[in-house]
Design a protein around this ligand. Structure first.
Ligand SMILES: Cc1cc2nc3c(=O)[nH]c(=O)nc-3n(C[C@H](O)[C@H](O)[C@H](O)COP(=O)(O)OP(=O)(O)OC[C@H]3O[C@@H](n4cnc5c(N)ncnc54)[C@H](O)[C@@H]3O)c2cc1C
Length: 532
């Protein structure tokens, strides 16, 4: 465990452990308060919401990580000019590691809100500190130090669900598989856990959770807490996908108080993308999760509060209250109030109703085409389901990579659902075969890799079986707008949110039929997604 953190420290020591000089410390004095710690006293304990960033003025501190047996492993020792903290201290979340004074220590302690003020006011110094906070989290993520331990079989669906939740929210974790790890077996015996009850999760403060929901796990780790229903935020944003996070960064940087709620993880659909190639400023591409982690950190730097996971179940306008405000009702019966609402709840891609579809979604079933998928399908036979324009564009792109494409549509003619120019282009592609009045009936494969698909044409007695590794689904998307029922926000016939001129009444751009409520991203009527 220690070795990965140590190797990152060795390779990027100056950035992870910058030493602030006398001039730097003078500049930041106004943000903190002085504190003394006796030798052996804890500056922070893992699991406790710490005091914030502590800059050592005199003496030495040591950060340590405790393993499940309670043994401590040193992470790093720092002296004057060094500072204690990582992203948890920026967000005001529970600390992931312990830190002790090795000798009498004097420190400048900067609380999370003052730390955010420092990062904005002191741009150059702020950049150095912010980079260190991020890299320290990267080190903890790589080593798993400070996070919960998931015990269960590596291929168990619930283990994968919990790992994915923590990964998407940049929280360190370790997974121990009792089939291969003697330590895991010992822990199962120690806690008297029946193998049928796996996975279990051991949280850093000693709690044991049996196959928890993401919500239970997040609450146990202190990633999400109760929302203050009496506080009125300037803006509440529903959805922490790229649209919601972008709105959060801009609103936060304008000094507004912002709450972002998401029922799953930050990053939305984009967080699931293995490589985003078409985002401005990343010429070599970037994984969706890395891009979204940057966006979330940036939002937190501007003081944006995140409630993840928290599902919004309804929206009310409290007209009787002055000033006028909106109330978001959450599934757990909590409430959040704001003067303006941004709907950024996105859409979910329609899926085929096949029982084992999800087991191939990580590697063989795709809802998107990018150079990465093009490479994956290079000189192979693939199948694509869908007759809309997004399917047509994907086919045209894929045809230059794949050896052969079976385009499967339920209708009897592509032209009824696809623009003429795309129909013409597809008819000119020698490696595309259009299978009309056809439906996929089965998927075969193992270890998350598709080996064959089966389909049947209307009226045909027999299924056709073809060996294929990749299946593309372009069968539309459904907006996540159920929670808007009864809110007075008007939707288009497909359920996407009407905004601007489409919402009538001289609405501002992106404003919905209810003044003060805005919609952005995939959920908005007129977005690229709802047109396909
Ligand atoms: C695998 C994959 C790869 C992709 N690759 C690319 C690419 O390379 N380039 C590109 O341009 N686009 C890509 N896309 C599409 C892109 O991700 C989406 O267009 C984009 O994510 C839409 O952003 P959004 O913020 O509007 O919505 P989303 O990303 O869908 O985010 C909406 C968020 O709202 C949350 N939410 C929904 N309902 C509620 C509720 N009631 N309460 C609380 N939270 C709620 C959801 O959990 C979700 O996190 C890809 C999509 C996928 C799935």
């Amino acid at each position: 465990m220690k070795s990965t953190t140590s190797s990152l420290i060795e390779t990027r020591r100056d950035q992870i452990l910058p030493v602030l000089d006398v001039g730097d410390i003078e500049r930041v004095r106004r943000f903190g308060s002085l504190r003394s710690f006796a030798a052996g006293e804890a500056l922070v304990k893992a699991g406790d919401v710490g005091r914030g960033l502590s800059i050592v003025l005199e003496g030495k501190i040591e950060s340590v990580h405790k393993n499940l047996a309670g043994q401590q492993g040193p992470i790093v020792t720092q002296g004057p000019g060094g500072f204690l903290g990582e992203l948890a201290q920026l967000a005001g979340r529970p600390a992931l590691v312990d830190a002790y004074a090795l000798e009498p220590v004097k420190a400048l302690v900067i609380s999370p809100d003052r730390l955010r003020a420092l990062l904005i006011a002191e741009a150059e110094l702020g950049e150095r500190i912010m980079r260190a906070l991020i890299l320290r989290r990267v080190g903890l993520l790589e080593s798993g130090a400070g996070g919960p331990v998931i015990i269960g079989r590596a291929d168990d669906g619930d283990v994968l669900r919990l790992e994915d939740f923590l990964r998407r929210n940049s929280h360190p974790r370790q997974t121990l598989d009792p089939d291969t790890d003697a330590g895991a077996k010992a822990l199962i015996e120690r806690f008297h856990v029946d193998p049928g009850q796996l996975p279990i999760v051991l949280c850093p403060q000693g709690q044991l959770l049996r196959n928890p929901s993401e919500d239970e796990l997040a609450r146990c780790l202190g990633l999400v807490g109760p929302i203050d229903a009496n506080r009125i935020y300037d803006v509440a944003i529903v959805g922490a996908g790229p649209a919601g996070l972008a709105a959060a960064v801009y609103a936060g940087s304008e000094g507004l108080s912002v709450l972002v709620l998401d029922c799953r993880a930050r990053g939305g659909q984009a967080g699931a993308s293995a490589r985003i190639e078409n985002y401005l400023g990343f010429p070599t591409g970037i994984s969706g999760n890395a891009l979204m982690a940057r966006a979330a950190n940036q939002a937190q730097k501007f003081g944006v509060e995140m409630a993840i996971p928290d599902e919004v179940a309804g929206l009310e306008v409290a007209d009787e209250v002055s000033p006028k405000r909106f109330v978001l009702k959450l599934s757990n019966n909590e409430r959040a109030c704001a003067r303006a609402i941004v709907i950024a709840s996105g859409a979910r891609y329609r899926r085929l109703a096949l029982p084992n579809l999800d087991s191939f979604e990580s590697s063989s079933v795709h809802y998107w085409v990018s150079p990465l998928e093009g490479k994956l399908c290079s000189r192979q036979e693939v199948a694509l389901v869908g007759g809309g324009n997004s399917a047509g564009q994907a086919i045209v792109y894929l045809a230059s990579h794949a050896a052969r494409i079976r385009l499967i549509i339920r209708g009897s003619d592509l032209a009824t659902s696809m623009s003429r120019y795309l129909v013409d282009r597809i008819s000119g592609l020698p490696n595309v075969e259009v299978l009309t009045r056809t439906q996929v009936t089965g998927l075969e494969g193992s270890n998350e890799v598709l080996q064959a698909i089966r389909w049947r044409q209307a009226g045909a007695a027999e299924e056709v079986r073809r060996e294929l590794r990749h299946l593309f689904l372009f069968i539309g998307a459904e907006p996540n707008t159920d929670w808007l029922a009864g809110s007075g926000v008007a939707l288009d016939p497909k359920g996407f949110v009407l905004t601007g001129p489409d919402a009538g009444g001289n609405r501002r751009q992106l404003e919905t039929t209810r003044p003060g409520i805005f919609a952005i991203g995939d959920v908005r009527s007129g977005s690229w997604l709802c047109k396909n």
